[in-house]
Design a protein around this ligand. Structure first.
Ligand SMILES: Cc1ncc(C[n+]2csc(CCOP(=O)(O)OP(=O)(O)O)c2C)c(N)n1
Ligand SMILES: [Mg+2]
Length: 324
């Protein structure tokens, strides 16, 4: 399905925001400026942009370990995310969450977790609350192909479909979990084949084609908001790198996904086709985003570390019990 020009241009901007953020972050990580583990989502931008474009601040999403881009697109100021990843007091979680434990509920980011798959169970909580209140909201959980091997995957799909909970399962099948090919550890390399056993609607889509990814997400979200229950979308994609990158995958496979299937390059071509956009304008989007990311890095670098005296603050939430 072809998207209108403005929407496609916005998504192109979003995808560049994610890529430039991740590449800037990786550069600083290699210099030793970013503490802890870092997993980046370069190559998977279309998937994240398509999902983010369908979520409102009153919905919620549980990002996974490659979803810094979704933090940004949800509306948390970029410098606050960058500072968080740098472990600085100006970060969105005061520098205490980092890449794997950050949240910003104001914009619907209910937080990630280093335990793969655990959010698949947590997502059922808000989903059940909204179902009981008859609120047409979406609770989204981002999961990788590796999550299929976790018990939570099956518990979650089973309960969500049995109770018809408003959950969007956004499965980012980048075909590898660390260095294991998806077909080597699951009964099918196509996760929808497995998810379908739980009788919810399941669709597999080209996660590097922004238009296809967007259209599949629209259908899923419309279905969920109409009160029909959960929906499973498998976005087939590829990660360009990661903590362990390159060495375990066939060189030709990596080349193919980077050069022939780059989601940004594919979107750029769609924008240029028929003279809808000028190359110079698209270059300007890229340059503008990159310059902004450098400002965020500068902000992070010049921010103080968290005060050790505040190590135990913000650890537990205040109790807020709503009247029935
Ligand atoms: C329960 C659990 N087991 C193992 C790990 C270590 N680990 C971190 S990332 C990862 C691979 C996850 O693969 P996938 O879900 O396909 O996501 P990808 O990294 O490919 O985006 C693993 C095993 C973990 N974080 N949690
Ligand atoms: Mg994977």
């Amino acid at each position: 399905m072809a998207l209108d020009f403005e929407t496609l241009l916005d998504l192109y901007h979003d995808m560049w925001t994610i890529r430039a953020f991740e590449q800037g972050l990786e550069r600083e990580f290699k210099k030793g400026n970013v503490p802890g583990m870092l997993h980046i989502g370069v190559g998977q931008e279309a998937t994240q942009a398509a999902v983010s474009a369908h979520l409102n601040p009153t919905d919620c999403f549980f990002p996974d370990h490659r979803c810094h881009g979704m933090f940004l697109l949800a509306g948390t100021p970029g410098e606050k995310i960058m500072a968080e990843l740098f472990g600085r007091a100006t970060g969105v979680c005061s520098g205490k969450g980092g890449s794997l434990h950050s949240a910003d509920p104001k914009v619907g980011n209910f937080g990630n977790n280093a335990v793969e798959g655990s959010m698949m169970v947590t997502v059922l909580g808000p989903a059940l609350a909204w179902k009981m209140r008859h609120e047409p909201k979406v609770a989204c959980v981002m999961i990788g192909d590796g999550t299929v091997g976790r018990g939570e995957f099956h518990e979650s799909l089973n309960l969500a479909q049995t109770w018809k909970l408003p959950v969007l399962y956004a499965c980012v099948n980048n075909q590898y979990a660390i260095s294991t090919w998806v077909g080597a550890s699951h009964v099918s390399p196509n996760i929808v084949d497995i998810a379908r056993g739980y009788q919810l609607p399941c669709v597999q889509v080209d996660g590097n084609d922004i238009e296809a990814a967007y259209a599949a997400t629209t259908e899923a979200v419309n279905y969920i908001r109409a009160g029909n229950g959960p929906y499973f979308v498998e976005y087939k994609t590829y990660r360009w790198q990661g903590v362990f990158h390159g060495e375990f995958r066939p060189a030709e496979e990596v080349r193919h996904w980077k050069e022939d299937r780059d989601p940004i390059r594919l979107a750029r071509q769609k924008l240029l086709d028929g003279g809808r956009a000028q190359a110079a304008d698209l270059d300007q989007i890229e340059a503008g985003v990159k310059a902004e990311i450098e400002r965020w890095i500068d902000f992070a670098m010049h921010s103080p570390p968290p005060d050790p005296a505040k190590a135990t603050s913000d650890v537990y939430a205040e109790w807020e019990v709503e009247p029935r």
